[in-house]
Design a protein around this ligand. Structure first.
Ligand code: ADP
Ligand code: TRP
Length: 336
């Protein structure tokens, strides 16, 4: 029996180092293994939750697709598609909405963070300016996952809770309707990769404008990396790895040996400026060879579109079959 791997990236901006180490790199590695079927996609319906700028949604769709392809996604072996090309996902989303407890959504991190922002700002209404899309977004993510009977979901640490919710909802459906229709998914997190911190000290995220983009010239990359927060310690003064987020970024790109060496150098007084040069070069080793492919794809959107259309027809076929079973299970059937 083959194993199914699935993950998505939202189309709200230009992919960054966090997306790469948290989802894109592990998903492409998992997809290349034997006996694995992979489903990798552009989450553009998730995109419109956080981003109401149509031009950005379009630009991001192109950039996220070009990133997957430039990073080595094999279109022959992988089902690669855009969420909105599979309307069955939205039908499944509704059916799952009908069995999801509201209390489960109250506990979702993204919603709780938005409530906390309102409370911190002294807002009386804790739901001020929070849309239903944000509130129910773990259900749409559940539909993405359950639709293709995925087992393993490679994600960054911020998404673990959502995958657990998908598991909960799958279990609930199977139990309620007495059928083992849905597979129970599991989050797969790379143990050497932390949630990368962005240039402003918060989680690196397309939504915060605090990212280091994946594909840049070495000069642009160095400039971005120079903005990573450090402290005022002088060259020669011992430094601890937790004094700057740059260490965890290095760790996400280096071997265990190299990481140990880097930590030792910091302890022995490596200057922050030098550390940033080492980091930039390390990232370049992994990404520079992919940059031309990325730029070529960005310049040829119709090539990307053709690939996505081919992926959508593969994915839709399967989605239709699963949705038919689900509808039958809940009693939405032809009358005989
Ligand atoms: P963003 O917050 O940049 O919009 P997405 O929500 O599209 O990112 O996330 C796509 C994938 O990238 C998810 O699996 C997520 O966990 C991962 N990811 C996002 N930001 C980071 C980060 N800073 N560090 C590690 N992984 C991340
Ligand atoms: N919600 C995820 C994020 O913001 C992206 C995503 C959408 C996803 N659907 C998914 C990830 C299904 C894994 C599986 O990061």
């Amino acid at each position: 029996m083959s194993k199914r791997v699935l993950t998505g990236v939202t189309t709200t901006g230009i992919p960054h180092l966090g997306n790469y180490v948290g989802a894109i790199r592990p998903a492409i590695a998992a997809a290349a293994e034997q006996n694995v079927e992979s489903y990798l996609f552009l989450a553009n319906y998730h995109g419109i939750i956080k981003c109401h700028d149509p031009a950005m949604i379009e630009e991001s769709t192109r950039a996220v697709a070009a990133t997957w392809l430039a990073c080595g996604l094999d279109v022959e072996r992988t089902t690669f598609y855009r969420q909105s090309d599979i309307p069955e996902i939205l039908e499944l989303n509704w059916i799952l909405t009908c069995i999801t407890p509201k209390g489960l959504m109250n506990r979702a991190h993204a919603y709780k963070a938005a409530v906390q922002t309102n409370l911190d700002a002294g807002q009386e209404d804790q739901d001020f300016q929070i849309e239903m899309g944000l509130y129910t977004y773990p259900i749409l993510m559940t539909a993405d996952i359950l639709m293709f009977k995925a087992h393993d979901i490679p994600v960054g640490r911020d998404q673990i809770q959502h995958v657990e919710m998908a598991r909960d909802i799958a279990q609930r459906f199977n139990h309620r309707f007495g059928k083992e229709i849905f597979v129970l998914p599991e989050a797969k997190v790379d143990e050497n990769v932390q949630l990368l911190v962005g240039l402003d000290g918060r989680k690196m995220s397309k939504s915060y404008g605090n990212t280091i983009p994946l594909f840049q010239t070495p000069k642009q990359r160095q400039k971005a990396i120079n903005k990573i927060i450090t402290n005022l310690k002088e060259p020669g003064e011992p430094k601890h790895k937790d004094e700057s987020p740059l260490f965890e970024i290095y760790q996400a790109f280096a071997s265990v040996e190299e990481t140990r060496e880097f930590e030792r150098a910091l302890n022995e007084g490596l200057a922050w400026g030098e550390a940033k040069k080492i980091l930039s070069a390390k990232i370049g080793e992994e990404l520079d060879s992919k940059t031309d492919a990325y730029n070529d794809l960005i310049a040829n959107p119709s090539r990307i579109e053709d690939i996505l259309q081919a992926g959508a027809s593969k994915a839709r076929q399967e989605a239709k079959e699963l949705l038919a079973q689900v509808k039958d299970a809940v009693g939405i059937r032809a009358l005989k």
